[in-house]
Design a protein around this ligand. Structure first.
Ligand SMILES: NC(=O)c1ccc[n+]([C@@H]2O[C@H](COP(=O)([O-])OP(=O)(O)OC[C@H]3O[C@@H](n4cnc5c(N)ncnc54)[C@H](OP(=O)(O)O)[C@@H]3O)[C@@H](O)[C@H]2O)c1
Length: 305
């Protein structure tokens, strides 16, 4: 089976490339190419259609995205081109030429105000440009495939892996650099390890090739946390794994104490129950998954205790 992967240089893309099932042949793309990756600019819809015509993949796994949530507020056209234009272009090309689509999406398509976990079929109501652009990407796919199970949308949240740019690695650095930190405690969601998320992606492709999966699915690790909780866990686990000497003292602060250009949902937990059943994958508690992520960081840097 041939899978065209976008965003292969991103944190999820890298986890996907190191966990490819033996039955799958991946054509990996990134914005600039190089390092065994083919160049593909997701802001160029014609290029997205052309790459499908050229390779005729069984699946496009669209893990690439404009992910700079705050910067998107000042670059709405680019965010929309990448996050809505590319999935729309892939959907049209695959519907015309045959092939399936797995689109990675986000908890930021919800406004976070309902105070209980979001189910996959709930209405989208994004707060900022990033969320709106990802929601528009979902809508573009649905407009083409109209519920046809050849297109799957897998929403995830708070993605953190051993490489790339993410909250866990930023916190690890800050625990090393500072004595105390203030971290937002009134936004609740759930971290998603790239290692577990990659497994869910490959399972979606394998199961989705054999039968019907729900067109919209949710995947994050199990449990719930605030950014404050995750920061405390990074400090404790980082010390336990020998990645830092003494964790910084972490103080809980309010969203209003840390203003950002983009508003974020205050409660964006994703209900993953139906997806776990459909994929026949169990969830791992976020703290256990975070420990594995940090352990992989330790192994990569050769500093594991
Ligand atoms: N990160 C999170 O917390 C989070 C939460 C929920 C959902 N998601 C979704 O999960 C998926 C994977 O995200 P991630 O965490 O792996 O993000 P990431 O590390 O930022 O990776 C995204 C990749 O997309 C690439 N990209 C951006 N613009 C591009 C363009 N015009 N052409 C080609 N490639 C482009 C980026 O390349 P450059 O490095 O060159 O920009 C980057 O390698 C995305 O769909 C994202 O929306 C992420």
């Amino acid at each position: 089976m041939k899978v065209l992967l976008t965003g292969a240089a991103g944190q999820l893309g890298q986890a996907l490339r190191t966990s490819v099932p033996s039955t799958i042949n991946v054509i990996a793309t990134s914005r600039n190419g190089g390092d065994g990756l083919e160049a593909l600019d997701l802001a160029d819809a014609a290029a997205c259609q052309a790459v499908v015509a050229q390779h005729r993949p069984d699946w496009v796994l669209n893990a690439g995205a404009y992910t700079a949530v705050d910067k998107a507020e000042s670059e709405p056209e680019l965010a929309h081109a990448v996050n809505a234009g590319a999935p729309g272009a892939f959907a049209r090309a695959l519907a015309d030429q045959g092939g399936r689509l797995l689109q990675i999406s986000t908890d930021f398509v919800f406004n976070g105000s309902q105070g209980s976990p979001y189910r996959p079929n709930q209405e989208r109501d994004p707060l900022g440009i990033y969320g709106a652009s990802k929601a528009a990407g979902e809508e573009a796919i649905e407009a083409v495939f109209q519920g046809d199970p050849r297109a799957l949308i897998l929403r995830t949240s708070w993605v953190m892996g051993p490489v790339g740019k993410n909250f866990a690695l930023t916190m690890l650095r800050l625990h090393r650099e500072r004595d105390s930190l203030g971290v937002v405690a009134d936004q609740v969601g759930c971290p998603s390890s790239t290692l577990n998320l990659a497994r869910a992606c490959w399972q979606s492709i394998q199961r989705g090739s054999q039968g019907t999966l729900p067109p919209v699915m949710h995947w994050c690790d199990s449990g719930a946390a605030s950014w404050y909780d995750v920061s405390v866990a990074v400090g404790e686990l980082g010390a336990e794994l020998g990645l830092l000497d003494t964790p910084a003292s972490v103080q809980p602060i309010q969203t209003s104490d840390y203003p950002t250009p983009a508003a974020r949902p205050s409660y964006s937990l994703l209900d993953c129950n139906d997806t776990r059943k459909a994929l026949e994958l169990s969830g791992e508690h976020w703290r256990t998954a975070l420990k594995t992520v940090l352990q992989s960081t330790a192994q990569a840097s050769g500093s594991a205790s």
